[in-house]
Write a protein that binds this ligand. Sequence first.
Ligand code: NAD
Length: 471
Amino acid sequence: MSISSFVSTNPAHISEVIGRYQKSTAADIEDAVEAAVKAQSGWATIPAPERGEILLRAALLLEQQKEELATLMTREMGKILKETRGDVQTAIDVGKYIAGEGRRAEGETVPSALPNKFCMTIRQPVGIVGIITPWNFPMAIPAWKTFPALLAGNAVILKPASDTPLLSLKLAELLHKAGLPAGVLNVVTGPGGSLGDALVSHKQVNMISLTGSTEVGRRVAEICGRDLRRCALELGGKNAVIVLEDADLDLAVESVTWGAFGTSGQRCTATSRVIVQKSVQQAFTDRLAAAAGKLRVGDGLNPQTDMGPLVNTGRVKAIQEYAEIGKQEGARLVLGGSPLTGSDYREGAFYKPTIFTDVGPSMRIATEEVFGPFVSIVPVATYEEAIKVANSTQYGLSTAIFTESTRLTFRAMRDIESGLIYFNAPTTGAEIHLPFGGMKASGNGHRELGSSAVEEFSETKTIFVSYPTRK
Ligand code: NAD
């Protein structure tokens, strides 16, 4: 039987094929689940510190190959080398951090309310975990889900996004080189819809962990809900930066430039709205436009490049549609608003850094996730109005606020509906030893990374041991 395949291409030079992958089917999901079920119980009996050693060895191998992997990633999805190095570094850091958790897979022991009784909790694997990942962090996200899932004693079926399967395959290769037994991690490449459905609805899969769009998250949650399958979702965002009139404007401009246009705006935590107090709107807008206008857009492999291409030409069309919508809605275009053309850009999926101002809080460009180098500036009169606008979308992933006021800093901690809140810093820049995740439609209440990363992929059993004296 012939196996059909698909390719990934370089978004800076669309004709350059980076890899050819198996276009897997539901039958391949069956094979992967069978292999995972066979391997899981053996893997779970290996002591957790030893499982951690394997992860540590994998992290060290990643470290050795960091530059090569970062270069491959830039070629496969476009972001600049500085960012792809950071993506691989995140995977290395998670590997080292989670490896140590092998010696810390703590339970609780607490006093019983009754005499001659002992109470404790122990953690056990969930079993078979299906992991589904997006294309924007091709190594970091597969790693930050896979490492803790494995450490907890689970077997994993990993389905990476079709634009970027290469780094997930490399991750699996290095884990196997580090000593991971066959069948414990299985990578299946192919289309999200059909493969995703087969994986998400498989009766022997005990948990799904998905990072992706809110639309796909809802579908996955519905399917998991029918079987009461555990389902951890990290989804979209419409992240706001609030700039109050007492803000350090230079710092705010620098942070928004990086938060909005880094990774060409294709980050779940990218700055997508700036909610600015009217008294500083003009000054902020002028300075942001000047900074964004200086960004050098091009091939991410060129060390001079500040912003790479979008992941594919389909995304260029999608961003262009939002630029048209913004104009129709009556927002004022300050910068960009069209694809980049000319000989340097002809072969790639390039879009200009784009800024709209005088955006109304309920316009589509202020409420929908654009997922590109595209910022909507929404003017407001007061702190209270800023918070109301910030909280007015369905999302709640990352919000930043620029102010020098201690009083407003503490009020904002309480008032902002968001899983991540930054003060005087961009909406991006999570750290792996702290929990990561969103509120509202940005997730379903789970948190990844941080000290509970392994717990996320574990079952907790509560144990009561009675030892009464014989009568
Ligand atoms: P996507 O939702 O299109 O795809 C994500 C993954 O789901 C891919 O592997 C895809 O093949 C798979 N998929 C598609 N349809 C499926 C289905 N019916 N069943 C199961 N799986 C299916 O997202 P994307 O375009 O790859 O990534 C961009 C989105 O991801 C944005 O919305 C972004 O905000 C979000 N994201 C969120 C986080 C976070 O941590 N909150 C991080 C990165 C990206």
